[in-house]
Write a protein that binds this ligand. Structure first.
Ligand code: SF4
Length: 504
């Protein structure tokens, strides 16, 4: 949501209530954010209350039941990756795609008090696409009026994947959410710009007073007249908030002129207050400890940024923007010292936050781009372009002499100087084990030819089920690195460290 200040009943029923359900269903891992950059695309002239409005929305999120222990709840501008991805996707997005988004022209015509001929406003649908794709989601929960934005997002994802022959972005589907029409106090759609809203966290007495003063849409001007509850905004309010028996009773009373409008409105106020009173009281509690909410938002934004960074690592790699010197080092005549430097991973603390297989992939890609000497050419089978991460980690690289090289990475998390691996029970000519040492952030790499492991491997394979994985460990012992396959007698592989001979 854009930070427009406190939320109203329309926002709640149209989106927030449904988000809480999605979160609580435990079926989805949800990300919800407050889109403060989006607010600036139209309200750039006066940012003075942006933070206040951002916190107002956050408090309403929490009061309504979004829970940072179940979902990630963050502020867009605290995750700069949104801007980076927006910039990069901007390179491949044709202008026409943005100009034809229906809300673009519509809003420009409607919001005449603002000059919306700015670049930021034209680009907001792409920023939205970036907001979505950054988390590589399966679904975006939206109302029907937002489906054009999801469609644009899918188009951008498709274009990126096909242009760079990469599968970085899944095409997210629209998870259509029911959004019942909540009437404003004047009978028009509830909207801040009409000044007809009922706040989600307004005090129940204020809500009752607003409903008491609501228009009946011209129904029952004289209380002795019968009315049509389908034509009265109070009737609509009942349909959204009241229990079926209350709806039936008030409709009957309206049509038969046996219930006064005043009473009907009181019933409506009761139904609305039953929903919002707990939200109001939760908000009052939260307001009294505003620092806690702000700290939570900062923490959650850092969590979102760590997830976003995973995507950006792939995006940067695809666009050759990774922060390593990489193969460029090999393009120049690098000194031994330069090459040695490539083993130092101390500047890669961002990998620590990754899932284990993501980390393995980063290390493997890093090894291939930074440590392999120029004369060693490794290629992967072409069909890997659209492979899943699991598959990709299992597939071997192929050397120019058609040797199959399996590369696996590990960090000594459990015990310093001890690395554990699992290798598919398939035959490879060379294993390359990458051992990331926690103590000094050094990457030890061991290309190991088959003769070192053939016997123990054959034995392990016999004792394991078909297609099982073979566990092996490398244990550092002084200057020695001892390889043991499924409990076999350890073999010292220290002499193979950074010895790329077996790959030639
Ligand atoms: S009885 Fe209720 S639904 Fe009918 S006109 Fe009055 S306020 Fe509207």
């Amino acid at each position: 949501m854009r930070p427009t200040g406190k939320l109203h009943l329309g926002n709640y029923m149209g989106a927030l209530a449904n988000w809480v359900k999605l979160q609580n269903s435990a079926q989805y891992e949800c990300y919800f954010f407050i889109a403060d950059w989006h607010a600036l695309t139209t309200d750039y002239a006066d940012p003075s209350r942006l933070k206040l409005k951002t916190i107002d929305v956050a408090l309403d999120y929490l009061a309504a039941g979004l829970n940072p222990e179940k979902s990630t709840i963050f502020i867009q501008s605290h995750v700069p990756q949104h801007a980076e991805l927006n910039l990069l996707l901007g390179m491949i997005t044709p202008l026409g795609w943005l100009e034809r988004v229906p809300t673009y022209k519509e809003q420009q015509e409607n919001l005449t008090s603002k000059d919306l001929s700015n670049f930021g406003f034209l680009g907001y649908p792409l920023l939205m696409a970036s907001d979505i794709l950054l988390y590589q989601p399966q679904f975006v929960p939206v109302g029907i009026d937002q489906t054009a934005h999801v469609e644009l997002t899918r188009e951008v994802a498709r274009r990126f994947n096909s242009m760079y022959k990469a599968e970085v972005f899944p095409e997210p589907g629209a998870l259509l959410t029911p959004s019942p029409k909540v009437p404003g106090t004047d009978g028009r759609k509830m909207s801040k710009s009409y000044g007809n809203t009922i706040g989600l966290t307004e005090a129940p007495t204020a809500v009752a007073a607003k409903i008491h003063g609501m228009s009946t849409g011209g129904q029952r001007i004289r209380q002795s007249d019968s009315g049509d509850p389908d034509l009265c905004p109070v009737g609509d309010l009942h349909k959204v908030f009241s229990a079926p028996d209350v709806i039936a009773e008030t409709q009957k009373g309206c049509r038969a002129a046996s219930m006064r409008c005043e009473l009907c409105k009181m019933e409506a106020a009761k139904s609305v207050c039953a929903v919002i009173a707990p939200i109001h009281s939760k908000r009052m509690q939260l307001e009294s400890r505003i620092d806690e909410t702000w700290d939570m938002l900062r923490e959650q934004s850092a969590k979102a940024a760590a997830r976003a960074e995973q995507t950006m690592l792939s995006v940067r790699a695809v666009l050759d923007l990774s922060h390593d010197l990489g193969s460029v080092r090999r393009h120049f005549l690098a000194s031994d010292e330069d090459l040695l430097k490539a083993h130092d991973l101390s500047s890669h603390s961002e990998w620590l936050g990754l899932q284990r297989d993501e980390q393995a992939k980063q290390l493997r890609d890093y090894w291939r781009a930074n440590l392999l000497p120029r004369e060693v050419q490794l290629s992967q089978p072409a069909n890997l372009v659209f492979a899943s991460l699991d598959r990709e980690l299992e597939e071997p690289f192929i050397t120019s002499k058609k040797k199959r090289v399996f590369v696996m990475a590990s960090r000594d998390e459990a015990a310093p100087g001890r690395w554990a691996f699992e290798i598919p029970a398939k035959s490879y000519e060379v294993w390359t084990l990458l051992c990331w040492s926690k103590a000094d952030d050094w990457l030890h790499d061991f290309p190991i030819p088959q003769k070192y492991y053939a016997q123990a491997f054959a034995q392990a394979r016999k004792s394991l089920k078909k297609d099982g994985k073979i566990p092996l460990t490398v244990q550092k012992d002084g200057d020695r690195f001892l390889l043991s396959i499924h409990g076999s007698e350890p073999v010292d592989i220290a002499e193979l460290q950074s010895n790329y001979g077996p790959l030639g």
